[in-house]
Design a protein around this ligand. Sequence first.
Ligand SMILES: [Zn+2]
Length: 48
Amino acid sequence: MVKKKGKFWVCEECFLRYEEKEWAEKCEGWCKKYRACNIEITKHAILK
Ligand SMILES: [Zn+2]
């Protein structure tokens, strides 16, 4: 399950953070299934 951390949602598989829960959930779904990141999803991550 994605976790709320401060104002971000965190994918528990790859620990990327997202502003929107929807993207964090998509990321986690993909990470669990493919064990790799999808650039189309991770480009929505907060990189800082
Ligand atoms: Zn992920």
